[in-house]
Ligand binder design. Structure first.
Ligand code: ZN
Length: 274
């Protein structure tokens, strides 16, 4: 099965999947990032492979949103040992219910199918009996995480979503930018949509990519160590060493669009942190 980035379908590898590419000169709309910024991203320990300009910053590791401000604030990353599940240094302080808002319907809202995916993602977390729970609310005011549509341009060029990591004040990252066309254009099932949304929620509460040490495990291509990115990549005790694509962790860097409910190691990691 062809693979595509969990957040960027239209990468160099995957451009053929969603572009009707009869003309080989058709290329994704990727603006170049300056060598200086690429150097900063790399020095922090993030992979620059596939990094793109996004909103008012950059998307790295497929779906981590960094601004110039973040690049200034973060410290230089370290190379890390090869182990399985990883968290950032900052985590959400529990017990806590995390409220999530997503607009429903209309040009700037989500279809019923997308909302069903969000609700399934929430119920998957809540079924784990963690010290944090999630609930969807119908107003953006007071929501801990607001999920809004990507720009039409980013949806068209194949970005699936973006998120960030918890704050140093115990709060989850407050914004998920999510494509609204996972069902309508890519034909993903409710479980596939839930997997991608649960993945972004995972970043918001401090999960890094399961295969951050070598994202070629899920993404294909060349071996690429994402490093600790200056935000920490702490091995979660009780999870085995070495990731594999066949284990289908929901936090693998790339997805094939299929359904990845929490596996046993994912549950161990969730229970350890929360
Ligand atoms: Zn991710």
């Amino acid at each position: 099965m062809k693979k595509f980035n969990s957040l960027l379908i239209a990468s160099a590898f995957a451009a053929g999947i969603f572009y009707s590419c009869d003309n080989a000169s058709v290329a994704p709309e990727i603006e170049p990032i300056s060598a200086e910024v690429l150097g900063q991203i790399k020095s922090m320990g993030f992979s620059t492979e596939g990094a793109i300009k996004f909103e008012s910053g950059y998307l790295v590791e497929n779906d981590i949103y960094l601004t110039d401000h973040d690049l200034k604030e973060m410290k230089t990353g370290d190379r890390l040992p090869i182990l399985e599940q990883y968290s950032t240094n900052n985590l959400v302080c529990g017990p806590r219910n995390i409220t999530v808002y997503a607009p429903v319907g209309g040009r700037n809202g989500y279809s019923a199918g997308m909302i069903a995916g969000l609700d399934l993602a929430i119920s998957r977390y809540n079924a784990q009996n963690l010290s944090i729970t999630f609930s969807r609310i119908s107003s953006s005011s007071g929501a801990d995480i607001v999920m809004t549509r990507l720009s039409k341009r980013d949806e068209r060029r194949g970005v699936l979503g973006s998120a960030g990591f918890p704050t140093n004040g115990c709060d989850p990252y407050g914004q998920i930018k999510m494509s609204g066309i996972l069902e309508s254009s890519y034909g993903l099932s409710t479980g596939g949509i839930a997997t991608i949304i649960a993945h972004e929620m995972g970043h918001c509460i401090g999960f890094r990519h399961t295969d951050f040490f070598d994202r070629s495990i899920s993404c294909g291509g060349s071996t690429a160590n994402e490093g600790d990115g200056g935000v920490g990549a702490n091995h979660i005790p009780g999870t085995p060493t070495g990731a594999s694509a066949s284990a289908k962790s929901w936090m693998l860097a790339c997805t094939d669009g299929g359904d990845r409910p929490f596996n046993n190691d994912d549950r161990t990691a969730l229970n350890y942190l929360y």
